[in-house]
Design a protein around this ligand. Sequence first.
Ligand SMILES: CC(C)(COP(=O)(O)OP(=O)(O)OC[C@H]1O[C@@H](n2cnc3c(N)ncnc32)[C@H](O)[C@@H]1OP(=O)(O)O)[C@@H](O)C(=O)NCCC(=O)NCCS
Length: 224
Amino acid sequence: MLRNLAVKELHWPEDITIKILRGQEMAPYLEIAAQWRIQEFKGFPYLYEGSLEYEAMYMHECEKNPEAILIVGERNDEILGFTTGIPIGTMSDHLQSLRDKLPNAHEYYYLAECIFSPTVRGRGFAQKGIKLFEGVVKELGYKKICFLTVIRDENHPLRPKRYFDKDPIWKRWNYQKTDLILEFPWPTIQADGSVIDFLNPMRFWEKDIRSDTETSQKVLDAAA
Ligand SMILES: CC(C)(COP(=O)(O)OP(=O)(O)OC[C@H]1O[C@@H](n2cnc3c(N)ncnc32)[C@H](O)[C@@H]1OP(=O)(O)O)[C@@H](O)C(=O)NCCC(=O)NCCS
């Protein structure tokens, strides 16, 4: 497994700097990443009433795991977006139920989130960010990337009229929607506004990245 990534801090057009951070290097960004998650995932379909206290376990997992990564895009002092992830096999308690379901859990790298600032959405940053993430994960020696999406009823009362369904994007990017569904508890906003600790069904998605020829450097070169 390639332990030392060639790429760490690079420059994209429009004065954008991309940093690829691992383990303890992530520390300065973990709290802000948690704040973004709390803010974004309050909405449908996550309906997550998060808190920094609740996020602490994931932040701690990342900081102590040298193969956890955080990719952040910044312009001057403004954060434009980021992606974090962690290998499934080396996590402690978090996602234990998922690990138990995967016969080769050590081959999987978990994509925890990809969030971009509303000011830069729709400009292809997520597409480039995910490709970069895939390149980095491949360079770390993992075979597959996985993530979980929340399953909600089509007629859920909190579903916005113009809901942006991301399933088609993941499919276009060659992620496979599997039949594996697991339940995870989190403080969940209900239709009446109350918050209860609720078991939320989540679907497992995966992509085999072995045949990908993109490297993180190629992705960055193509954007430059
Ligand atoms: C999802 C998200 C990361 C997309 O970021 P982005 O930089 O705007 O995405 P891109 O411009 O790279 O577009 C990615 C794809 O989504 C499509 N897309 C973007 N915004 C869309 C919208 N509002 N409605 C429908 N499709 C949209 C684009 O057409 C593109 O499709 P393609 O690659 O097949 O051409 C961003 O909207 C976001 O941060 N949302 C909140 C957090 C979230 O839900 N993250 C995903 C789960 S962790």
